[in-house]
Design a binder for this molecule. Structure first.
Ligand code: HEC
Length: 193
């Protein structure tokens, strides 16, 4: 019994060593380096693909633009099925109401929506670009995202319906709940202001 167990152990150790050796030889042959033998430094193009965040002041916002009228068409085609014609959400889709609830957050029945809760227009842009439409996230052009955000903010009476939303204007939009968040006081946390 003892012998069998021991030889099994030795055998698996040998297999592990040879797999290990083969793996690092393979990665080195493929031009990978570093102490663990895997991973590469991302290229500028690879970083650009995921570096799409937009800051509250509009920093990072891409080129392009959109307005309420164009956004109305985008909304009807790509959002309405789930968020509803009145932007109140459609039961059964899980899609939230996007407007309404303003001033309700400190009441007994807070209603969190883009209009009542979200602090910056850039957050709306960023989220919609990354995550919506729910069934095809990331499929919209930047013009479409600007337009549909202008439409949602227009319906929420936050943005003038004749305004153009682009990199130079998105940081100036004043959301109703922009002062409703408090800074995180922990010293190792960066607070954007
Ligand atoms: C297939 C259904 C569907 C479609 C189409 C869709 N959404 Fe959504 N949306 C959802 C769901 C479900 C959530 C909740 C997602 C979550 O909590 O992660 C959501 C959440 C959101 C939110 C966040 C709301 C909040 O307060 O948390 C916004 C903003 C939004 N959608 C905008 C849009 C826009 C703009 C479009 C069109 C371009 C769109 N959605 C298309 C289903 C959809």
């Amino acid at each position: 019994m003892f012998t069998i167990t021991r030889s099994k152990t030795v055998l698996s150790a040998l297999v592990l060593v040879s797999v290990g050796a083969m793996t690092s030889a393979t990665v080195v042959a493929n031009g990978y380096g570093g102490p663990y033998g895997f991973g590469t430094t991302p290229s500028a193009a690879e970083i650009a693909m995921i570096d799409i965040d937009v800051m509250p002041d509009g920093q990072g916002a891409p080129a392009g633009s959109g307005n309420y009228e164009d956004g109305k068409a985008v909304y009807a085609a790509q959002c309405m099925a789930c968020h509803g014609a009145d932007l109140a959400g459609v039961k059964g889709t899980g899609a939230a109401a996007l407007i309404g609830g303003r001033g309700s957050l400190d009441s007994g029945s807070p209603k969190k929506t883009v209009e009542s809760y979200w602090p910056y227009a850039s957050t709306v842009f960023d989220f919609v670009k990354r995550a919506m439409p729910f069934n095809a996230p990331g499929s919209m052009t930047d013009d479409e995202v600007y337009a549909v955000v202008a439409y949602v903010l227009g319906e929420a009476n936050i943005l003038d319906k004749t305004a153009t939303l682009d990199a130079s204007t998105i940081g100036a939009v004043e959301m109703p709940n922009r002062d409703g968040f408090i800074a995180d006081p922990r010293p190792d946390v960066f607070n954007y202001d």
